[in-house]
Design a protein around this ligand. Sequence first.
Ligand code: SF4
Length: 627
Amino acid sequence: MNTPIYLKIDLSTGKSEKYIVSEEYFQKYLGGKTLACKLLLDMTEAGIDPLSPEAMIIINTGPMNNTGAPSSSRFNLSFKNVLTGGIASSNCGGQFGVMLKRAGYDGLILTGKANKPSVIEIVDGEFFLKDGKDLWGLDMEETQQRLPKHYGKLVIGPAGENLVKYASAGSGERMAGRCGAGAVLGSKNIKAVIAYGTRRAEIFEKEKFQRHIRRWVKLLRDHPMTGESLPKYGTAGLLNKANATFSLPTHNFKVGHSSKANYVSGETLAKTRLIRNSGCISCPIRCERRVKHKGKEIKGPEFETLGFFGPNIDSADLDAIINLNYICDLLGMDTISVAASIAFAMELKDKGIMDFGLSFGDPSTLEDALYKIANREGIYSDIADGTKAMSEKYGGEEFAMHSKGLELASYEPRRSVGMGLGYATSNRGGCHLNGGYLALLESVGVLSVDPQSPKSKAELTVLMQNVLEAVSSAGFCLFTAQAHIPKLFFKLGPYHPITRMTNRILKHSGGLIRLLLKSLSLMKFNSMLLFPHAEAVRLVTGIPMYTGSFIILGERSFNLERLYNLREGLAAKDDSLPDRLTKTPQIEGEMDTVVPLDTMLPQYYKVRGWDENGVPREKTIKRLGIE
Ligand code: SF4
């Protein structure tokens, strides 16, 4: 079995050494965020400052990267979360992951701090630490233009250099947006990591694998989500759906519906601005929207960005959103966290607490504000620290829309309570994806499992979190998992009696899911209709990966990240949401329009095999084989 090879670089000394992942670790933790979390637990001490030289950042791929499997070119960055102090994993498209692998490494482990702005270069297994001072200060676009053309590139912008807590890192126009990866690289004086190589992927059962991916690509292309909606509208296609179900954050999550949402919807974007769609390497879905902006073609905004620079700040100006999205990408800032922090600043002004010169309904000041935030100018430096830090300084915790310190994504959980549970329990903070993305089963998909009922939400959340963890660990884009909602429901539509009956069955499926979670080790089969990911991993690596062990891998991953968070001092009290969501009904007087977190959390801990303090029980850790 060919196990992953990482390059460990001490940036303080410039020395490097190969780190060969053991067969045991490969089989147990596979790659991506799971293996990276295990290595962070093994190789770092508790309590270090995420922006100190002692901090470590792991940039890695999964076993599927560079194999040509569908949607498998993405790569991962794991590190101590700059916003939460817990675990961070941030996923990115672009060419870098594939090129790193072709250059001979499955991952890089970076520690220390370079003594001047630097560029890490990896070429066919060789490592060079080069002077990067001519690039320091440049935006992400210009930085990449100045680097060698055919290399895979991962760069930061001015926000990363200035340690903005939610600074992103990017490859091409794709971003590792969340949790502050750009700040960690900036703190190490690393402006760019570039890679080039020609190594081909080694595939355990090549012919079978190629047959498998041909069938899988067909399945993705034939599915209404991955073959129609995502290619046509991208994630932006969710905006009108979220608005229709009152789960679109509006006015800093005060309400969940905007009468002007359609002005900034995926449909409007497609009709009025779209040039073409595009996508990551080896992706048949191609969810990226290309739009025209000031005479040039750029990446269009995703659902989150449309929502947060649109209804959440009471704006319906699509051109402004396209521009702000582009500027965030130039400066290297996560659009979710910066826009959510801006919405919080606007509400502080509304309430007469603090005036940053930012007002709801007025996007005209935001371009200037983004530059000031990225450069930490004056009071804007507070916004660069994120919503949680601002609320600790100025007050307003009840409407500071974050969990654990990471700003919530663009789904209003009072009308999607399982999503609320997901936000609260997500290991990296208020993230929909790490949280299990129950909004897809409650408020923005074809199914709608009673969005305001806590019934079975603990079980569904655990299952979905585990599945998404596994998909990510292997190196697949999470959107591939959307093809497993049966096509039939899309054909019948959301109001058909069969769809409605399925919603009712899922609402009462808690017991069945608990049984399923306990029986996973018996599921020693693979199916194209369930998780083709598992069969692909088996055929590429030779690891006996089946549907059951694949979901267990996800469970192991989620528990590992929980253990990391506990080690860093996070606890059950941090599995929380702001009062606006748990105490203030979205519809006045209707108490079923809050997130009943206190009802769902104890059941969630139980299903996870954690004690009442949210600590994994010894038998859970043992069952998962975590040392
Ligand atoms: S679905 Fe979109 S984000 Fe995922 S790999 Fe394809 S193009 Fe990239």
